[in-house]
Design a protein around this ligand. Structure first.
Ligand code: HEC
Ligand code: HEC
Ligand code: HEC
Ligand code: HEC
Length: 528
């Protein structure tokens, strides 16, 4: 089926069709909160992490204990695995300084595929996600060594408003204390200049294989984190090179991950006792890397369709992954036993409304909304003309069919108009105004008419008649039809409306309860 009825950008569709329903209910225990402070990248100097005041942390944990148990949609597994302990390197009496691995426990909090979703849209009740809840969740843990990492695709893409959103996400990531953020394919889509422009927003951006045209790394190839017990963790990242050239922005290229890791790992192994690889790649590729590089202790991904309930163990590497628009945070707990092995427990915690919004993140989001209003991004015309007349450009022909708004239909279709005017579709824009998102392009896509077509909605001032979801959101452009029946242009008699497609907007994410018959009942109308 052609994509034309679907108002979402095609980029979005990559991971549609899979939902978090797959994430099984379960429960989990979490440990550890220690805000990170100092770290080092491939070249910089070492630092120490600050302890959080434990009493404070414990109090908070109690406060969140109840909701957490109820909401955790989790996958949970307890496996005993032999992790490479590296204790062989710490034989008493050995003289050379060898990096120590975390002795007792390490918790890795991980995210991936936030895809710009700084805030849940609230289209359906009970939606998960957003950084305001994420921060509350992350802070609700007792102290203990931990890492906080993101495996890639934090941003949605390279459009101007998406870059602004990315900038605010990175500010949020900074405040949450992320230790490392891997570049995914969407970061790569930004191109060299824009990526360099944003690089300063977060010191934790890493990639071992995202390179400029000369093949030189663009971000830090890795970071070294020193845990409170003095153990060192090296975090590096790769993104899969199996990707079409069109998805990679100007000035960037992706080196083969194997080559990049083969170059970096020996050095990393000398400097760190424990190695975490952030891999924006599919499960097959993650397994290949684990098979090939025994040095890697944990792989966090990825470019996958659903989060991993049960981590895989390949060789000595634990592989786990996360996805789906930042709706959940993964938590991989590694606990050392006296035999020098690590047990691991993995849980996936949905960021539901039981996690209250963190005030600092709420403030950041309010700032983002204010910036969106101030900049008032007008959409660049990007959509193919649905009628196949022209690619939408400024030179769109004067005779081409166009959007005219519901008022133009009222005179001949009074019953349909009345029904529509009383429906929620007629106040879809007002809904955005109430949320302060009436200039957020992500929302305008579905809450207005023809957004991103040159004759579609621009903003409330320039195109007030195209606010809201109305006749033409469903039937398509109406100008030719109106001109024909008003007798203005009898040449246009062959004009046909398109077939209505509710699912372009009422998709499983934004309208979880959608069911055609009962929804149609609420907006039922016809020819009279
Ligand atoms: C893919 C299309 C789509 C996008 C993008 C979208 N919405 Fe929606 N929104 C819908 C649909 C469809 C509904 C109706 C859901 C239902 O009732 O089943 C809805 C409903 C809502 C509601 C509930 C309204 C009510 O009457 O209770 C809010 C609030 C909302 N959207 C806000 C937003 C915001 C804010 C954004 C951007 C961050 C956004 N939406 C982006 C399609 C979308
Ligand atoms: C000047 C009168 C007039 C106006 C204005 C008008 N229509 Fe119609 N419309 C008609 C007539 C007459 C028919 C019935 C045609 C038939 O029975 O074959 C019709 C049929 C339709 C149909 C069903 C037939 C089809 O082609 O699918 C749709 C849908 C429709 N109109 C939508 C609209 C929309 C949307 C607007 C506003 C953009 C609009 N109309 C404005 C006169 C009008
Ligand atoms: C262009 C996007 C779009 C299309 C196409 C669309 N809708 Fe909607 N729909 C929305 C949005 C946005 C809302 C939420 C409006 C609000 O309350 O802000 C909504 C809300 C609704 C509601 C109200 C839900 C409630 O809770 O009462 C019904 C019913 C509905 N749509 C039915 C349909 C049906 C049936 C179709 C297909 C024939 C359809 N819609 C096509 C965007 C769309
Ligand atoms: C949410 C989507 C939606 C909106 C908004 C909407 N319609 Fe419809 N309309 C439909 C669907 C679905 C049908 C059923 C026939 C079909 O599948 O084309 C229909 C049927 C019609 C028909 C009869 C078509 C026929 O072949 O018998 C007319 C006329 C019509 N709509 C006009 C309008 C007008 C005028 C408006 C705005 C005032 C409007 N519609 C708003 C979805 C919508």
């Amino acid at each position: 089926m052609p994509d034309r009825g679907n108002p979402r950008p095609s980029y979005e569709s990559r991971s549609s069709g899979r939902e978090s329903a797959h994430i099984k209910k379960s429960q989990s225990r979490l440990t550890s909160t220690l805000r990170s402070s100092a770290t080092e990248d491939g070249s910089a100097a070492t630092g120490r992490r600050r302890f959080k005041f434990p009493g404070h942390a414990r109090k908070r944990t109690e406060a969140f204990h109840k909701p957490k148990c109820r909401t955790r949609v989790c996958a949970l597994v307890l496996l005993t695995v032999v992790l490479p302990l590296l204790s062989g390197c710490q034989k008493p009496g050995e003289t050379t300084a060898v990096p120590a691995s975390p002795a007792k426990s390490l918790t890795i909090f991980y995210t991936c595929d936030t895809r710009g979703h700084i805030d849940p849209c609230g289209c359906s009740s009970g939606m998960a996600g957003g950084i305001a809840r994420r921060k509350t969740f992350l802070e609700a843990h007792p102290s203990g060594p931990h890492l906080l990492v993101d495996a890639g695709d934090v941003t949605a893409g390279p459009r101007a408003w998406e870059l602004l959103e990315f900038e605010y996400l990175l500010k949020g990531y900074e405040q949450m204390g992320y230790d490392a953020i891997n570049a995914g394919h969407r970061e790569a889509s930004l191109g060299l200049d824009r990526l360099l422009g944003l690089k300063g927003q977060h010191k934790g951006l890493v990639s071992a294989n995202l390179a400029n045209e000369k093949g030189e790394p663009v971000l830090a190839p890795y970071r070294i984190i020193t845990l409170p017990d003095g153990a060192t963790v090296g975090i590096t990242g790769i993104l899969d090179d199996k990707v079409s050239a069109a998805e990679i922005g100007k000035g960037l290229k992706i080196l083969p991950p194997h080559d990049a890791l083969a170059r970096i790992l020996p050095e990393l192994k000398r400097r760190a006792g424990f190695i975490v690889l952030l891999a924006f790649a599919d499960e097959e590729r993650m397994k290949e890397l684990a098979e090939r590089f025994y040095e890697i202790n944990v792989i966090v991904g990825g470019k996958v369709l659903q989060p991993s309930a049960t981590p895989l163990v390949v060789n000595r590497t634990v592989i786990t992954y996360m996805t789906d628009k930042g709706k959940a945070v993964g938590c991989l707990e590694l606990k050392g036993d006296p035999g020098g092995r690590f047990n691991h427990t993995n849980s996936i915690v949905m960021m539901k409304e039981e996690f209250k919004d963190d005030p600092a993140m709420t403030k950041l989001i309010a700032e983002y909304k204010a910036r969106l209003k101030e900049l008032d991004f007008l959409p660049a015309a990007e959509k193919d003309d649905e009628e196949g007349l022209t690619l939408i450009t400024a030179e769109r022909s004067k005779d081409a069919n166009r959007y005219v708004g519901a008022e133009s239909c009222q005179s001949c279709h009074p019953q349909a108009y009345k029904m529509w005017a009383g429906s929620k579709h007629a106040r879809a824009f007002h809904t955005l105004e109430e949320k302060g998102y009436d200039t957020n392009p992500r929302c305008l896509e579905c809450h207005t008419i023809g957004y991103r077509a040159s004759d579609g909605f621009l903003n409330a001032r320039l195109t007030p008649q195209l606010k809201n979801v109305s006749c033409e959101s469903c039937h398509g452009r109406g100008d030719h039809h109106v001109k024909y029946y008003a007798g203005e242009n009898r040449q246009l008699k062959d004009f046909k409306f398109r077939k209505v497609n509710c699912l372009g907007c009422h998709n499983p994410d934004n309208s979880a309860k959608f069911e055609y018959a009962s929804y149609w009942e609420k907006i039922n109308h016809g020819r009279d």
